[in-house]
Every structure is written in structure tokens, then in C-alpha cells.
Design a binder for this molecule. Structure first.
Ligand code: DAH
Length: 330
């Protein structure tokens, strides 16, 4: 019986290896694995085998059956006219992996903070939902001032008798820094600000500013201009220039608009990027700093303005639409 088993195994293997079509496969299966097939015939002879050989023979028959079934399956996968389960063509070119990247505004913010960090500015922070004290009063914007109009602010109702609003400027962080940190002080704060502007190519109801504040014993406009120039050189290149035009802000005296001359796409351009000035004595008074002892300079720059000019983005809305086709360019 062992011999019959071995010769069945060899015969079945070689016939299977020679099968090249579905019909040959089918007849092979009927011949060896069918209900009247060779294997069944051999199994029927088990009952006549000597008693002491039965366990071993039974085991061998079982192995043979498993072997024939597995051989059939694997051969079937190789026969071309048999429908196969989906297989992988390893010679096909791969699909490109979509690589993620940080948003162009986040990268701009990181780069700008990095430059100011190297200039000795620490990073300060403040809430986006502010009270009127930090957004207006302490910044020398008294009650009744047009900047407080309901149409120019997102008021959010009162909490414990205090009117809340989404901050319209990061200058609020100047107040928070002076209230909480010892002097001298040299900080920048970056964050979102909110204004109910109608959306168009240059206006969005939320945008980002970077605020700078330095308070020390002997500071003058020269220090302010030096800081802005250092930033411009580090960020836009050594040929960049800074221009200050007299202006007015309630929290600085004197005040100026800041323009920077940047080299953009082969051209030098003056771009207005924010405001600056020497901290107004009324602001110092609001936070209990003696204006006879301390001087301060401050500036606030628009992040979107910088990024849009630098990267040639002509519509601010694109920055917030999260269209990957746009963002992927940077
Ligand atoms: N907060 C002003 C704005 O949003 C910008 C600004 C002007 C900030 C002068 C300053 C400054 O710190 O000194 O328009």
C-alpha cells in the first residue's frame, strides 16, 4: 500500500505539472480528487491494511490529500485561461506619494519669528477673545473712539460685566506683556486678528499680525528703525531698505507707517507692511510703568502682506480656501 501511495503521488505530480489548460486541470481533479478518484480508491483499501500499519497509513493518506489539493490550487493560479484573483504587476510604475507640507503662512510665521528670535526678541502670547481694556482702553483708545464702533469689531457679548470681542490687533499683547513681565522687555507676538471686512482680493475678516515691543531705559526712534532694518536685511536680503512715513496711532507717539523695499521677482518694490512708533506715555500709565524712567518702541506688521508680496499671491482668499492645487505651489 505504501508503494501504491508513493506512485500515486508521483504520477499525480507529473500529470499536474503537464496540465496547461482549464479542462486538463478539471480532468486531473476528477481523476485524483474526485469522489470515484484515485485517492478515494486508495483510502478504501485502508480498511484491509494490517491493523498496526493503519495509523501510519491513515496519516500518510491525509498528507497526500492535503498535498494534492494544495498543488492543484497553486497550479491553477499559474494557468492563464483561469480567471485569477487580482494580482500585482511589480513592473508597473508606482503611484506618486502625495507629500504633505506646512501651509505657506505657517512657514512665513516661523521664519519671521526665527529672525526676531535671533535679534533677541522673546515670544509673547495673548488670547484672541479679548476684553475692551486690552484691545482699546489701555492702548489709549478711549470710549467713544470710532475704532470701537460695532461695525468695525466682532463683539461677543459680556462676561461678568466685561464686553468681549475678537481682537482687532495684536497690540493687545503689548499690554498683556507689560502687565505680566518684568522690565526691560523685548517681545514679539504673532497671531490672528479679526475685522468685519467684506472679503475681496486684499481683505479677509481674519488675518495675522506680528507685534513687536521693546521697553528699556534709553530707547529712541533710532533703535526702532535699526530693529526694523535688521529684520528686513535678515528676511529680505542685505539690500532691502526700510522707510518710515509719519502717521498716527493712538498707542504710539510719534507714529509711522513702515514700508520695506524688497526684491521680488527681479524687481525692487516698496511695500507697506505695517505701523510703528514710540510707546505713548498714556499706554505706560495704563500698565503702571513710569514714562520718566522707561522708553518703548513698538511695531505691528501684516503677515499676509509680507507673504503675498514675497510669493506673488494676488488674492488673500486663496490663503484660506485650502485648495491643495494652490497650496502645493509653495
Ligand atoms: N495695531 C496697528 C494696526 O493693527 C498696527 C501697529 C501700529 C502696531 C503701530 C504697533 C504700532 O505696535 O506701534 O493697524
Amino acid at each position: 500500500m505504501i508503494n501504491a501511495l508513493n506512485s500515486l503521488l508521483h504520477q499525480a505530480d507529473s500529470e499536474l505539472a503537464a496540465a496547461i489548460s482549464t479542462s486538463q486541470m478539471d480532468s486531473w481533479r476528477t481523476k485524483y480528487l474526485g469522489s470515484n478518484g484515485e485517492l478515494k480508491g486508495l483510502m478504501a483499501r485502508l480498511k484491509d491494511a494490517p491493523r498496526d500499519q493503519k495509523p501510519e497509513l491513515g496519516k500518510r493518506l491525509n498528507e497526500l490529500k492535503l498535498h494534492l489539493e494544495a498543488s492543484f490550487e497553486s497550479r491553477r493560479g499559474m494557468i492563464s485561461d483561469v480567471p485569477k484573483s487580482p494580482s500585482i504587476d511589480v513592473t508597473e510604475p508606482g503611484l506618486p506619494l502625495d507629500e504633505g507640507r506646512r501651509h505657506i503662512l505657517s512657514r512665513t510665521i516661523d521664519e519671521i519669528i526665527d529672525v526676531f528670535g535671533q535679534m533677541g526678541f522673546a515670544v509673547a502670547d495673548g488670547p484672541e477673545v479679548e476684553d475692551e481694556w486690552h484691545n482699546f482702553t489701555a492702548l489709549n483708545i478711549p470710549e467713544g473712539h470710532p475704532a470701537r464702533d460695532a461695525t468695525d469689531n466682532f463683539y461677543m457679548g459680556e462676561q461678568a460685566g466685561v464686553k468681549r470681542l475678537l481682537r482687532t490687533q495684536t497690540s493687545t499683547v503689548q499690554i498683556r506683556a507689560m502687565e505680566s513681565q518684568p522690565l526691560p522687555l523685548k517681545v514679539v507676538a504673532v497671531g490672528r486678528v479679526y475685522r468685519p471686512d467684506t472679503h475681496d482680493a486684499t481683505h479677509f475678516s481674519m488675518f495675522h499680525q506680528i507685534e513687536g515691543l521693546c521697553v528699556d531705559r534709553d530707547l529712541s526712534l533710532v533703535d526702532l528703525k535699526t530693529a526694523l532694518l535688521q529684520f528686513a536685511h535678515a528676511y529680505f536680503g542685505k539690500d532691502a531698505e526700510v522707510r518710515m512715513r509719519p502717521s498716527f496711532f493712538p498707542f504710539t507717539e510719534p507714529s509711522a507707517e513702515v514700508d520695506m523695499k524688497m526684491h521680488i521677482r527681479g524687481q525692487w518694490q516698496w511695500v507697506e507692511i505695517g505701523g510703528c512708533g514710540m510707546v505713548d506715555p498714556n499706554v505706560f500709565a495704563a500698565v503702571g510703568i513710569d514714562p520718566e524712567q522707561w522708553r518703548g518702541y513698538a511695531f505691528g506688521l501684516g503677515i499676509e502682506r509680507i507673504a503675498m508680496r514675497r510669493y506673488g499671491i494676488s488674492d488673500i482668499r486663496w490663503l484660506f480656501e485650502n485648495d491643495a492645487r494652490f497650496l502645493r505651489q509653495f
